[in-house]
Every structure is written in structure tokens, then in C-alpha cells.
Design a protein around this ligand. Structure first.
Ligand code: SF4
Length: 109
């Protein structure tokens, strides 16, 4: 970074702050896009009967569903306890609603 040596000290400081800020914003943006919510219309979600609200599960189509089952109580849910959304081992790179459900539900031990 020879260009930095040519800048007065205050300009150098400002430049470094701008670089650090830009890098921070870029990582925040990357994190946000990596955590998009799973859409119910996503082909994989449709195939698994995923609903963001477990009370809306088609109980005739998924008789395995039982009241009280939801992503937050599933062994595949990766969100923190009490979180409203989190990752899921089935939907890589996306988040599911804690109150959601899909037919791959496996009760947390
Ligand atoms: Fe929710 Fe579990 Fe289905 Fe993932 S596998 S969507 S956490 S019920």
C-alpha cells in the first residue's frame, strides 16, 4: 500500500476507516443474503410440506404432524433457543421460522 505513504496522516486515517467500514458492510450484506428465509413456494419446501406457521400444515396430507411440533422443537433446527428463525439442516444457507414445520420434523432429544 505505497499510496498510503504519500497521504498525510489524517488522510491515511480516514482512508483506513473507510476501508474498514466498507469491509464491515460487505460482510454484513453477505451474512444477510446467506440468511434469507425459506419460501413456502420453494420447490424443496413444497416437496416437504414446509409452512412458516405450523398451524397451517395440511393435516390430511401430513397425518404425521401433531400439535406442538414446530421447527424450534426440531433436532434439525439450528437457531438459538427462543429465536424466531434459524438455520435448518435440510434447507442449507436459509432460515426457517421457529414456528414453522415440514415433514422432516424430528423431535429434539
Ligand atoms: Fe423445521 Fe425441522 Fe423441517 Fe427444518 S427439518 S424445516 S427445522 S421441521
Amino acid at each position: 500500500m505505497q499510496i498510503l505513504n504519500r497521504l498525510p496522516n489524517s488522510n491515511r486515517r480516514v482512508f483506513m476507516l473507510q476501508v474498514a467500514t466498507a469491509a464491515g458492510l460487505a460482510s454484513v450484506a453477505a451474512g444477510a443474503s446467506a440468511q434469507a428465509m425459506v419460501s413456502e413456494s420453494d420447490p424443496q419446501a413444497t416437496a416437504l410440506g414446509y409452512k412458516a406457521d405450523a398451524s397451517k400444515v395440511d393435516k390430511a396430507k401430513y397425518p404425521k404432524y401433531a400439535a406442538g411440533q414446530h421447527c424450534g422443537a426440531c433436532a434439525l433446527y439450528q437457531g438459538a433457543a427462543g429465536s424466531s428463525a434459524g438455520g435448518c439442516g435440510i434447507f442449507a444457507g436459509k432460515q426457517v421460522a421457529s414456528k414453522g414445520w415440514c415433514s422432516a420434523f424430528a423431535k429434539k432429544a
